[in-house]
Design a protein around this ligand. Sequence first.
Ligand code: CTP
Ligand code: CA
Length: 223
Amino acid sequence: EKTIEATLPLFGKKVVVSAGPTYENLDPVRFIGNYSSGKMGFEIAKAAANLGAKVILVSGPSHESVTGFPIERINVVSARDMYEAMHTNFSDADVVVMSAAVADYRPKEIAEQKIKKENDNNLIIELVKNPDILKSLGEIKTHQLLIGFALETNNEEEYAKKKLAKKNLDFIVLNSMQDKEAGFQKNTNKITIIDKDLSMQQFEAKSKTDVAEDILNVILNKL
Ligand code: CTP
Ligand code: CA
């Protein structure tokens, strides 16, 4: 006899989602971060759980919560922490959605003590590149459905298609920043999904909860 859960379309599937910003420490009291709320990734994780998936949510610092959902949340801080958590959970994943806003660079050195103000009016901080988590997953993927996001302010489609190919994705979700209803710290989003066959699907601006359902529908069609 089947349980009700076993009838859900993602039952038995492992879905790994990343969400939120990363923080890159400068000293014990300061970091470089970004305005990502984590909301989009949390909604994707919840939508996947509602469809019966086993969900792992790898989250950077975020005030969002998964209370009441059967989701395993792994909290991380830096891009390198997130890299570790994503790779640890990748081999047996069926679907991986990278919606985190990963810092492209981090300070080369983390000062052991608080950086003191000097007489000099300028402070120069050297930054080094972080690993591209999604690209590194694309390089080792076998059976996994791999999904990325693209945030662009100009030449949106062209840049998103480049990322799709470079990171070996199954599809990419382009976030339209040109739309005032979309983006960081907003509850709504306007997306275009570009498939690896380069076919495109445009969606209306809608709540991030509804956007997550649209994304999950595309995933279901591909499994
Ligand atoms: N990403 C990642 N690791 C990074 C940077 C980005 O996994 N170090 C992922 C993001 O989570 C997103 C996708 O790559 O799913 C695209 O991120 P985006 O910032 O739009 O593109 P970048 O490749 O970082 O290029 P750029 O910021 O220069 O546009
Ligand atoms: Ca980036």
